[in-house]
Design a protein around this ligand. Structure first.
Ligand SMILES: Cc1ncc(COP(=O)(O)O)c(C=O)c1O
Length: 413
């Protein structure tokens, strides 16, 4: 007899042994008191904590107008769409949102997906199938959804060193000029907060006749006058062929999309299995996401205040001698190194101080490069920042952590 359960359990056991097994915390979110939440500890006692690792950067998930729109449209149109886009699952809310997104990125079309993960997976794998000679040239730190999309395409792939324009050019030079190729990269790298040399990449793409595909998941809503991400901030939207984004982080709702030239978008709409064979987003989600985008565009002060708060937050960390990786984005990385120590710090912060920061371990980051990834949201107060810094200072001292990076400085300005 084949013992399937035993074989599967052995895999789980192996994962636990290597420290890669994931335990989830019930983050029982409070719309009124975000970023505060409650959780139950092992004894069943209800405890309060502050969330310092949410990607709801601008707190749009708890915005009254966004929630109002969601509930209004859900009452009018129902909770779910009830169909794939092709079979009764397209509404005017989907169309309106796709128009908004195309406009946001100055493209002729856009296409909605259940998530940005699915958008990357489907768009990249479909491109590889439509263009069988296509070679993927991918940054080594690209997100799992991009890696899976490259894999599923069945296409050849070349990996260039993170943000290394010289290595990228070597990859391009290794291919014949008439070889179809696509450079795939992110604007803001989620686990380091680094930003890609977008202009240089676009120039190289033109020189070597490559398509470009950028993941702006951690930048949309936050950067650029209209929230179009770093490509908007740098006025280079026209130079990038396909832009991927999410509606779940800066915009606070759910869903993902790609925006680009209408022929490319139409091809992915027509051939992409991950678009065709799945139920479309609920109309209420589309309406809420559209409201969120419009609100951020008509209230630029939300984004401006957020970026000022990031600046203040970094100053608070510096004042408390807490090292972080210098970067120009809103993602603050506290390097720790050892996985077990990192988990210990995170546990101590949660159970002794009521501060929740999920430790980031291998395989999300390289082995021995465990870190705390801190995300400020628009709802964290100055008092929250100071409380975090003091608590972190105490915990690092108690656990005798020597942080790997000593020359912390603020380079946000
Ligand atoms: C760089 C990057 N791309 C894509 C995604 C997927 O986004 P979504 O949560 O909308 O699926 C993530 C998620 O965290 C991400 O970090």
């Amino acid at each position: 007899m084949i013992n399937y359960t035993e074989q599967i359990a052995a895999k789980l056991h192996q994962l636990k042994e290597t420290g890669g097994y994931r335990y989830f915390l019930d983050v029982n979110k409070s719309a009124q008191h975000f970023p505060n939440f409650y959780f139950e500890d092992v004894t069943g006692v209800k405890r309060k904590a502050i969330n310092w690792c949410s990607n709801d950067y601008l707190a749009m998930s708890v915005n009254e107008a966004v929630i109002g729109k969601l509930s209004f449209v859900a009452h009018r149109s129902g909770a779910g769409s009830g169909g794939t886009r092709n079979i009764s699952g397209t509404t005017n809310y989907h169309r309106i949102l796709e128009n908004t997104l195309a406009k946001l990125h100055q493209k002729t079309a856009s296409l909605l997906f259940g998530s940005a993960y699915l958008a990357n997976l489907t768009a990249l794998s479909t491109l590889g199938k439509i263009l069988p000679e296509l070679v993927f040239i991918s940054d080594e730190n690209n997100h799992a959804s991009i890696i899976e999309g490259n894999k599923a395409s069945g296409s050849q792939k070349l990996i260039f060193k993170h943000n290394d324009i010289i290595d990228l050019e070597k990859c391009l030079q290794s291919l014949p000029i008439d070889q179809p190729k696509i450079i795939v990269f992110e604007s803001v790298y989620s686990m380091s907060g680094t930003i890609a040399p977008i202009v240089d990449i676009v120039l190289l793409a033109k020189k070597y006749q490559a398509l470009t595909y950028i993941d702006e998941v951690h930048a949309v809503g936050l950067y650029g006058e209209k929230g179009g991400g770093l490509t908007e901030l740098l006025h280079i939207q026209q130079g990038v062929d396909i832009i991927n984004g999410t509606l779940a982080k800066g915009f606070g709702v759910l869903g993902g999309y790609i925006a680009g030239d209408k022929t490319i978008i139409d091809a992915i709409r027509s051939f992409g299995a991950g678009f065709i064979f799945t139920t479309s987003l609920p109309p209420a989600i589309c309406a809420a996401a559209n409201t969120s985008i419009e609100l951020l565009q008509s209230n630029p002060s939300i984004g401006e205040q957020y970026h000022q708060s990031i600046q203040k937050f970094r100053e608070v960390l510096i004042a408390h001698a807490i090292s972080f990786h210098p970067n120009q984005t809103h993602i603050t990385i506290i390097p720790i190194g050892d996985e077990i120590i990192c988990k210990k710090i995170s546990d101590s912060l949660l159970f002794e101080y009521g501060i929740y920061i999920q430790p980031i371990n291998y395989p999300t980051v390289k082995k021995g490069a465990a870190c705390l990834r801190i995300t400020l949201t628009a709802k964290h107060s100055q008092a929250d920042m100071v409380y975090l810094a003091i608590s972190l200072q105490e915990v690092l001292k108690n656990i005798s952590v020597k942080q790997p990076v000593k020359n912390y400085k603020n380079v946000l300005a």
